[in-house]
Write a protein that binds this ligand. Sequence first.
Ligand code: HEC
Length: 132
Amino acid sequence: MKAQKFSIFVIIVVLLFSLPALAADESEMPGKKIFLKFKCNSCHTVINESITKKASKKKKKKKKKKKKGAGAPDLSGTGANRDMEWLMGYQKKKIKIKGIKHAKKFKGNDDELKAISAWLLSLKEPPKEASK
Ligand code: HEC
């Protein structure tokens, strides 16, 4: 049966995708902590790393629409599309996407920027589910 084969395929793919995530949990990379420390998740999600959007002010007013960081992509698959140099340059606002600089200039030191970029670089799987 075609449908059955397909669902087996889906299960295998899901398992394959979840293995690296499980392994990563044991030795969490410093870049992930730095990502959270600098509140990158006020705009970005990283679905594959269970990072969801966090309101910067603890849900005081529940504003509808016009959320902060509208249009900020999920960063789950960043490592598949970018390299270290690009990531560091972009966060320092030296590199642009289609003529537009990043919304936020990185405020940490070079080590933190390297750690965060290395972590993003390690994320090569596209988001498992839609971020929006
Ligand atoms: C104020 C909202 C905001 C914050 C905070 C923010 N970003 Fe972004 N970021 C964006 C938007 C919007 C884009 C998409 C820009 C575009 O495509 O022109 C983006 C794009 C990116 C990209 C490029 C993704 C790609 O490959 O196309 C990376 C990497 C990134 N952000 C990393 C970070 C990191 C790391 C932090 C925390 C230090 C951070 N961002 C904080 C809004 C934000």
